[in-house]
Design a protein around this ligand. Sequence first.
Ligand code: PBG
Length: 320
Amino acid sequence: MKRLQRTKSRAALRDLVAEIGFSQSQLIQPLFAVEDAAEARPVDTLPGNATLSLAQLGTQVERDVEAGVRHFLLFPVPRQKDERNFDPSFAAAAIGELRRRAGREAVIWVDTCLCSHTHTGHCALFGADARQDLPATLAELNRLALAYAGAGSDGISPSDMNDGRVASLRAALDAAGFDLTPIMSYSSKFASNFYGPFRQAAQSSPQFGDRRGYQLDVRSRRDALAASVRCAEEGADLLMVKPGMSSIDLIAPIAEATGRPVGAYQVSGEYASLAFLAREGLADFDAALLETWFVLRRAGASFIITYGARDARRVGLAAH
Ligand code: PBG
């Protein structure tokens, strides 16, 4: 059954996809939670962001909620890297801590991918013949998603770009009684050179090759549209383009083709580039950041995932 109710089930979800007005309610703040406390440190290239231990995570989200953040996108980074049977217990603990400290009003989305869990740093599993093992990949994603939902995550956000993941996640969630848990799919995600600061923070750099075997080729508009259309058909409630700025031409066409809300992920390299300009005295960081949000919104983005969501008041979003 086609469910249109998932994005209606709470005020925060209705606000996230509202088509009139633009405020902090439509921004999503990423959070990096690291199990290895020795890895907890500021991410210098993403001002205002850090890789956080569990204890720091609690303090940070309390401050964020105070600063008006309503939506969080959690990236759990476990210490242990494995081949298969990934252990979701650290992620579950981080979700629990978030829920306790952020309160019931906050919406917790959890990035669901394998690259922070695998030795290879890839978002897919490979068989002995070095070919991708798709059934095993999908099974592991399902296992993680069910653990996240069970731990209290409000939404699941698959970022892996493997064929069939949304249908498979939807079926697994429904079967386990999570039929009102929305899926925010990274639906048109390109193989990009702008993910560098993120991969350092999330310990997710590919150890061989690159991600062009599953992420989109920037030269192919047809594929990019088809990927989002398929996610919508498979049951994704919210769609997304990524990197945001270099995908602005796709946002409105995807929204038209699917009738679903389409967000934009202002990725780490895009955000960091503003910081670099500012550091050189060549731009005002807050003004440049606000400009990029307006451009993404002008292009038709329903919501924006940005490392500056917590700074929306300082940046001056409310004043506009
Ligand atoms: C994991 C994932 C990545 C990002 C979000 N989820 C990295 C990648 O695909 O290589 C990038 C986010 C950013 O750069 O801000 N699959």
